[in-house]
Design a protein around this ligand. Structure first.
Ligand code: IPE
Ligand code: IPE
Ligand code: MG
Length: 242
């Protein structure tokens, strides 16, 4: 099986999973955290280099305040409870998304997770939190424009690499595979630049039902796909992702 270097997941369907069981949405989000733990373990076991998970989008603030605070609470709980174990397992945590507007306690937790795990090499876990691709691109354009305005960069010297390096994902390889659960077939503002040539897998199950077996089946299916990147010859997903 060809193992992708970078898998990105849109963890969707927690609310519907709970509704189908007559439970409050919070129960779905809690079950979603358990599915995340399993996905991290599976990715680690399989030797996947990078796992990016969409945990909270820049548009999720528009949900009822009680749900927003549940989601923020679960993130804090996840980092407080799981950070030591992630660190022991050699997982390096990175966070992408807009950080300046977050509450100070969340910002500190995210920084703590990144600092503690900075030297780990087993699996890179990228948490997309308060993340939206369009917002990320706007922030990148501002940074590049400021460099041009200050004379540090000329407009004609802006390349694909300049843009890539100005994004939150600077230094992270593009995802080879983007998985979305819940049956929705859209990207919802996730990695729009980075997923230009990613394979996409839309699974009908809700996120809490995403088992290690399903993860492995999806990777197996990915291994059979022909990736061309606009050319005519198939290119190996692993070597083309750098
Ligand atoms: C995904 O599940 C979790 C987040 C968006 C944070 P949802 O909460 O979107 O669940 P559905 O899509 O309403 O079922
Ligand atoms: C995408 O799911 C965001 C996360 C999984 C964190 P949403 O549930 O917010 O997306 P839409 O609203 O269905 O497009
Ligand atoms: Mg949803």
């Amino acid at each position: 099986m060809t193992t992708p270097a970078h898998v990105a997941i849109i963890m969707d369907g927690n609310g519907r999973w709970a509704k189908a069981r007559g439970l409050p949405r919070l129960a779905g989000h809690r079950a979603g955290v358990e599915a995340l733990r399993q996905a991290v373990r599976t990715a680690s076991d399989l030797g996947i280099g990078w796992l990016t998970v969409y945990a909270f989008s820049s548009e999720n603030w528009s949900r009822p305040q009680s749900e927003v605070s549940d989601l923020l609470g679960l993130l804090k709980l996840f980092i407080r409870r799981d950070l030591a174990e992630l660190h022991r397992a050699g997982v390096r945590v990175r966070v992408i998304g807009q950080r300046d507007d977050l509450q100070a306690d969340i910002r500190m937790l995210l920084e703590e997770a990144e600092t503690l795990t900075i030297a780990n090499r087993a699996l890179n876990l990228v948490i997309a939190f308060n993340y939206g691709s369009r917002d990320e691109i706007v922030r990148a354009v501002r940074r590049i424009a400021a460099d041009v305005a200050d004379g540090r960069l000329s407009a004609s010297a802006v390349t694909l690499q300049t843009v890539s390096a100005a994004l939150d994902t600077s230094g992270i390889p593009d995802p080879d595979l983007v998985i979305r659960t819940s049956g929705e077939m859209r990207l919802s503002n996730f990695l729009l630049w980075q997923a230009a040539y990613s394979e996409l897998a839309f699974l009908p199950c809700y996120w809490p039902d995403f088992t290690p077996e399903l993860f492995k089946d999806t990777l197996r299916q990915f291994g059979t796909r022909e990736r061309r990147f606009g050319g005519l010859v198939e290119r190996d997903p692993v070597s083309s992702s750098a």
